[in-house]
Design a protein around this ligand. Structure first.
Ligand SMILES: Cc1cc2nc3c(=O)[nH]c(=O)nc-3n(C[C@H](O)[C@H](O)[C@H](O)COP(=O)(O)OP(=O)(O)OC[C@H]3O[C@@H](n4cnc5c(N)ncnc54)[C@H](O)[C@@H]3O)c2cc1C
Ligand SMILES: NC(=O)c1ccc[n+]([C@@H]2O[C@H](COP(=O)([O-])OP(=O)(O)OC[C@H]3O[C@@H](n4cnc5c(N)ncnc54)[C@H](O)[C@@H]3O)[C@@H](O)[C@H]2O)c1
Length: 467
């Protein structure tokens, strides 16, 4: 039988394409060369957020004094923490499992796939073709060509969640989202941690928001080495070093978190005539590759940011086209959250991007220190920042506790083109954190209304005429 669709890769992107297509009645073959669930379930979002949850429980014990509860230094059973992490993965795994997909009518093949022609795939010695193919092979951690690094027993996101004992001193090479989230988590669990970052921390994010995160990391004892060019790495297991200039930065373990590279090598895309560049598979905005009936989705797409929600969104774009024959293309609005504490969330343009694109931009910032709910929880660090161009919000940055959750109404507002006046006029329950976003929207108008001589003159006039 010739299937309607072959999906290569059973991570967030491939699983979403395969389940959607199968549930719409298509004949689907899903090929996975590693673990079902891919990076997000096994080595990415799920274990990292489970570790972060354990770490924040430990930190809450240290910080309990602000509530009148005796603060304690937590006794961390690291192996038990890692059991918790593994337990969360195991709880979610059935959703991504071979059994579930077979139950949906998908033929699941465990093996590495490669192209043998434009729409022909070989796996485990079997050659098959399909009307359409989706490449969903994701990405792998990338280690920079630092002399000496390749020979060291370093960790990546693929191995760090297998640790059974807490590193004494974790060196983290790379200060992007992986580095920052894991550095803080390990520090809170009791390790010494040093981040060594070539530029500044979280370089894609609003520098003012990053400053709030930086201050929190430093306060908690994470050592930061920004602007550090690592020239050499060396040492032996348990005693490793990174050389920056004349100085050796030492630690017991090394986590390399210096970015990702698309997983394309095993696919032999040249055999299919599918174009790639160093970012991955080249697609148009409909996610079609240079071979029009072959799509690419998720991390493997060149120029697309690596997020699970992007992978899921890509799947929808492909299913609409491949299953229903409807036109669909990817949009430009991609939210993102770094789950350090305080969290850092972004949708649309940052302040710098908004100024570069629109020139005249009004920026409104409202602090959580004005939120009664934040005060009750003693979590008043951070703010909501709105970038407004001609009355329309073009970007939102939130840094603070629960920033990721607080982003949701702004994702809707920016997607729907909601006017700021609608947002400032909302009645939100008191006391809740989203009130801070509403207050930021209100501040945009109050700056124009209060103390404005024209408004004052108008009010005086109205007061004279109304009974
Ligand atoms: C530590 C960490 C934390 C993260 N946290 C978040 C987060 O909080 N939120 C978020 O949105 N994103 C997060 N991400 C990013 C997220 O994990 C990825 O964007 C997402 O997993 C991409 O899914 P994918 O399906 O494109 O690729 P993958 O999950 O990489 O899946 C690709 C699959 O294809 C298989 N494969 C590869 N080549 C072949 C082949 N030739 N034949 C057969 N199978 C093949 C692989 O084995 C793999 O299972 C995190 C990433 C990391 C590393
Ligand atoms: N919360 C989330 O949604 C989340 C969390 C983790 C990862 N992710 C995704 O995974 C992707 C990969 O994350 P990442 O943090 O590994 O990559 P990244 O590319 O975002 O950050 C890596 C950092 O390492 C630095 N770096 C590179 N080479 C270096 C060197 N030789 N020495 C010192 N520093 C160096 C870079 O300046 C960069 O800031 C992210 O871009 C993101 O899309 C998302």
């Amino acid at each position: 039988m010739r299937p309607d669709l072959i999906v290569i890769g059973a991570g967030a992107a491939g699983l979403s394409v395969a389940s959607g297509a199968a549930q719409m009645g298509a004949q689907v073959v899903l090929i996975e060369g590693g673990e079902m669930g891919g990076d997000c379930l096994n080595h990415g979002c799920v274990p990292s957020k489970a570790l972060i949850a354990a770490a924040s429980a430990a930190e809450a014990m240290r910080q309990a004094g602000r509530f009148g509860i005796a603060p304690v230094t937590p006794v961390v059973d690291f192996a038990a923490v890692m059991d918790h992490v593994a337990g969360v993965i195991a709880e979610i795994a059935p959703h991504d499992s071979q059994a579930r997909f077979e139950g949906l009518g998908v033929r699941v093949i465990r093996g590495m796939a490669r192209f043998t022609g434009p729409r022909e795939i070989a796996v485990n010695g079997e050659v098959m073709s399909a009307r359409r193919i989706a490449i969903a092979t994701g990405s792998r951690p990338f280690a920079p060509p630092v002399p000496g690094l390749a020979g060291l027993p370093y960790l990546t996101n693929e191995t760090v969640f297998d640790l059974r004992s807490l590193p004494r001193h974790l060196l983290v090479l790379g200060g992007g989202p992986v580095g920052v989230e894991l550095a803080q988590a390990f520090r809170r669990l009791g390790a010494e941690v040093t981040i060594v970052q070539s530029g500044s921390l979280l370089p894609r994010e609003d520098p003012e928001a990053v400053e709030v995160v930086r201050a929190a990391l430093l306060r908690e004892g994470v050592e930061l080495r920004e602007g550090a060019k690592v020239e050499e790495a060396g040492g032996v297991e348990g005693d490793l070093w990174l050389r920056v200039g004349e100085e050796r930065i030492t630690g017991s373990h090394l986590l390399v978190a210096t970015g990702r590279r698309p997983s394309v090598d095993a696919l032999d895309l040249a055999a299919a005539g599918i174009a790639t560049d160093k970012g991955g598979v080249v697609t148009d905005r409909r996610l079609r590759t240079s071979e029009r009936r072959v799509f690419a989705v998720g991390d493997v797409v060149s120029g697309s940011p690596d997020f699970t929600h992007v992978a899921g969104y890509h799947a929808g774009v492909v299913i609409r086209q491949a299953m229903l024959g409807l036109p669909a293309r990817i949009g430009a609005l991609i939210p993102r959250v770094t789950y350090c504490q305080p969290e850092l969330a972004q949708i649309g343009l940052t302040e710098e991007q908004a100024r570069a694109k629109h020139g005249r931009v009004e920026v409104v910032r409202h602090g959580f220190d004005t939120s009664d709910r934040a005060r009750t929880a003693r979590e008043t660090t951070g703010w909501v920042k709105l970038m407004v161009h001609r009355g329309q919000v073009v970007g939102v940055t939130i840094v603070g506790a629960h920033a990721g959750d607080l982003l949701a109404p702004w994702v809707l507002a920016l997607s729907a083109g909601t006017r700021l006046s609608t947002l400032s006029g909302l009645m939100l329950p008191y006391p809740t954190l989203p009130e801070t976003g509403k207050a930021a929207a209100g501040a945009y108008f109050s700056a124009k209304l209060f103390g404005n001589p024209w408004v004052e003159r108008g009010v005086r006039l109205v007061q004279r005429v109304i009974p």
